[in-house]
Design a protein around this ligand. Structure first.
Ligand SMILES: [Mn+2]
Length: 338
C-alpha cells in the first residue's frame, strides 16, 4: 500500500509544478491510456499547463477515451524536440504504469539528461527506481487504482471523464473482472466510479465489441498456430510478419490476443510470439499463478508481473518457441521438485 506520506509528497509535487509532462510505457494498454486521461483531466481542472505523450501507437479501441490523442514520440515529435525544450520546458515528469527504463524507449534518453523531479505511479513488481517520489503498490490490480487513491486523498473532483478512464484501467487490467487480481478493492472502486458517471455497458461495447475485421482475421491466423505442450499445461501461439501482411492488421491489434487460449481447461501458462520487422520476436507470457512468468521475462531483459509479463527473444519464430518452451519446461519441473 502507498502511505499517506507518499500521497502528500505527490500532491506537493503536482501543486508546486506549473508545467507537467505525462507519459506511460510503450505499447500503451488500457491501464496506461486510462491513467493518462484521468491525470490529464485532473491537471486540466487545476488549471495546470501540461503535455501528454505516448511512446508508441495506441490500439484504436482506446480512442473513445481521448478528446485529443497525445502525440507519439518518434512519430509526431522527435527526441530532440523533447531534449532541447522545443516541445516544452517541464518542471515535473509523471510516468504511469511502469518504473522500468526498458519500457520507455527513447524517453529513457530524455530521462537520463533530465534534472527535474519524476513522479512514478505504478503497480509492477519490476522497478528501476526512476522516481523522486514513487507511488508503487504491487497489490493494486491496476495503476488506475493508485491514481484513484491519490485523487481521493487529494480531494480532487472526480469528473465523468475521470470515472470512465479509471474504470477502463481496472476493467482492462483485470480482463473485465476475470483475472485472479480481481479483488474487493477492484469492485469497491468500480462501484464508486459508476456512481461518479462511468457507464460499464458503453465501456464494454467500446473495448470488446469494436474490433476491426482485420483484427479478427489476425486472431484466426494466430489461433491456427496454437500448440499445447507439457500435457496441455503450456500453450504457444505465434503471429508472423506475413500474417500482418495478409490480414491488414497491425502490431497494436495484438493486445489481449494471448488470452483466448487460456479458456482451455489444462492451460496454466501461455506464450504469444510476434515477429517484428527487425527480426526480433516479441514474447508475451501469461500464467494462472503456478509459475512466475516475470522471472522468465527478466532472464531476457523483460519484465512484468507474476501472471503477465513480456520480453524480446531472438528470431526466427521457431527458435523463439524452442527457447520459451525450454524455459517454461524448466520452471514447471522445478516446481514439481519442490
Ligand atoms: Mn497496469
Amino acid at each position: 500500500m502507498v502511505t499517506n506520506d507518499d500521497f502528500q509528497k505527490a500532491v506537493d509535487l503536482i501543486n508546486n509544478s506549473g508545467n507537467i509532462l505525462l507519459t506511460a510505457h510503450t505499447k500503451p494498454d488500457g491501464d496506461a491510456c486510462g491513467c493518462i486521461v484521468a491525470i490529464s483531466n485532473v491537471l486540466e481542472n487545476m488549471g495546470k499547463n501540461f503535455r501528454a505523450i505516448m511512446l508508441s501507437q495506441m490500439p484504436d479501441w482506446y480512442d473513445f477515451l481521448f478528446a485529443q490523442k497525445p502525440p507519439i514520440l518518434g512519430e509526431d515529435i522527435n527526441l530532440n524536440q523533447l531534449t532541447d525544450g522545443k516541445f516544452g520546458e517541464f518542471d515535473l515528469i509523471i510516468i504511469v504504469d511502469t518504473n522500468s527504463l526498458s519500457q520507455l524507449p527513447k524517453f529513457d534518453k530524455y530521462l537520463k539528461q533530465n534534472d527535474k523531479p519524476v513522479l512514478i505511479i505504478d503497480h509492477h513488481a519490476t522497478a528501476d527506481g526512476l522516481g523522486n517520489v514513487e507511488l508503487v503498490d504491487s497489490s493494486a490490480a491496476a495503476t488506475g487504482l493508485i491514481v484513484y487513491d491519490l485523487i481521493k486523498y487529494a480531494g480532487w473532483r472526480i469528473t465523468e471523464t475521470i470515472a470512465e478512464a479509471l474504470f477502463v484501467t481496472v476493467a482492462t487490467d483485470t480482463g473485465w473482472f476475470q483475472f485472479s487480481n480481481t479483488d474487493s478493492r477492484v469492485h469497491r472502486a468500480c462501484s464508486e466510479l459508476i456512481d461518479a458517471g462511468a457507464k460499464p455497458i458503453e465501456i464494454y461495447h467500446n473495448l470488446y465489441q469494436n474490433f476491426s475485421y482485420a483484427r479478427f482475421k489476425l486472431t484466426v491466423a494466430m489461433l491456427n498456430t496454437l500448440q499445447l505442450h507439457l500435457d496441455g499445461r503450456f500453450a504457444t501461439q505465434q503471429i508472423s510478419l506475413k500474417d500482418f501482411e495478409q490480414t491488414g492488421a497491425t502490431h497494436k491489434d495484438t493486445e489481449n490476443l494471448i488470452n483466448d487460449c487460456r479458456r482451455i481447461s489444462t492451460v496454466e501458462t501461455a506464450a504469444l510470439l510476434v515477429e517484428l520487422e527487425d527480426g526480433r520476436i516479441r514474447c508475451s507470457l501469461r500464467s494462472t499463478g503456478g509459475i512466475d512468468v516475470s522471472e522468465i521475462a527478466a532472464k531476457f531483459g523483460g519484465g512484468g508481473h507474476k501472471m503477465a509479463a513480456g520480453t524480446f527473444l531472438p528470431g526466427p519464430l521457431e527458435k523463439a518457441k524452442e527457447i520459451i518452451l525450454k524455459e517454461v519446461t524448466e520452471k514447471i519441473k522445478s516446481l514439481s521438485c519442490k
